[in-house]
Design a protein around this ligand. Sequence first.
Ligand SMILES: CCCCC/C=C/C(=O)SCCNC(=O)CCNC(=O)[C@H](O)C(C)(C)COP(=O)(O)OP(=O)(O)OC[C@H]1O[C@@H](n2cnc3c(N)ncnc32)[C@H](O)[C@@H]1OP(=O)(O)O
Length: 304
Amino acid sequence: MAAVPTLARRIARSGVRPLCRWPLAWGRAARQPPGLPLAPCRAFSNNKILVELDESSGVAMMKFKSPPVNSLSLDFLTEFCISLEKLENDRACRGVIFASAVPRIFSSGLDITEMSGKSMEHYAEFWRAVQEMWLRLYGSNMVTIAAVNGSSPAGGCLVALSCDYRIMVENPKFSIGLNEAQLGIVAPFWFKDTFVNVVGHRIAERSLQLGSLYPAPEALKFGLVDELVPEEKLQEKAMAVMAQWLALPDHARQLTKSMMRKAVLDRLVAHREEDVQNFVSFISKESIQKSLRMYMEMLKKKKS
Ligand SMILES: CCCCC/C=C/C(=O)SCCNC(=O)CCNC(=O)[C@H](O)C(C)(C)COP(=O)(O)OP(=O)(O)OC[C@H]1O[C@@H](n2cnc3c(N)ncnc32)[C@H](O)[C@@H]1OP(=O)(O)O
């Protein structure tokens, strides 16, 4: 998939630290016979994302580390795309597990400050980065598992929905869903398509209109997430599910995934620039800007 020039420029300018040898912080130690040195693990990190690739299993762990709430800012999205592209091009990597390094929050969704009080050019650049993130993740050849260890509204939910499998911590205080309508904004057609492909048309229609956020146990009931586990079991479970998916021949799994997702991906690719223009004209309306300001005020008031 070709990156748009603005993103390519951002990638070229970005300071991803080079790959280095690093011991993997979780999972592998349990499988390693005692006394043997750990098999090679490569890690790379930028400001907002940490990636560790265990070469022996072919599984990478991508952790979001952008406090306070892992919002999907332009910088975050750029780093996400770079990291995913590196893994996609690495023959040693066959699967990625996504999780948060920020307690209680998987991702708070698109960074609202990127959509408020900025220029038209900025909105267009931001939206291209959101599109790029989704095209790369939904279209990934790797097995992708979301280990949802915290709340995950809107764009955060989209990240999870775009993976092959979702495991969430069973805490009912953690919620997930596409709540855009609550902000007075509308999830674009490709958010909707991704949602429909996971939960079906009726549930998606009702949930999108109401902007529903579901506590983890509710989300499990209708398949928004595939299973719930206690927090301390999340990584172990994600590794076990990954092993199950990786037991299949890559080519068969990849072709099947592509067959299931291609129409939805192609739809955005065919209408990408139109989608950018729609977003820019929608988000720059004064009434929408007012809704976003009020929502941010509400978030601040909630604290006091
Ligand atoms: C046509 C347009 C379509 C566009 C599609 C849009 C998709 C989206 O993703 S829109 C974003 C939707 N996201 C949300 O509605 C989540 C809003 N946030 C929350 O509900 C909560 O912050 C939380 C549950 C994620 C975490 O709660 P808590 O731990 O209590 O933390 P705070 O609420 O105090 O937040 C800390 C800090 O972070 C700021 N913040 C939260 N979310 C966002 C965000 N999405 N973008 C930017 N900033 C965010 C929040 O305002 C606080 O800031 P300070 O007051 O300055 O500390």
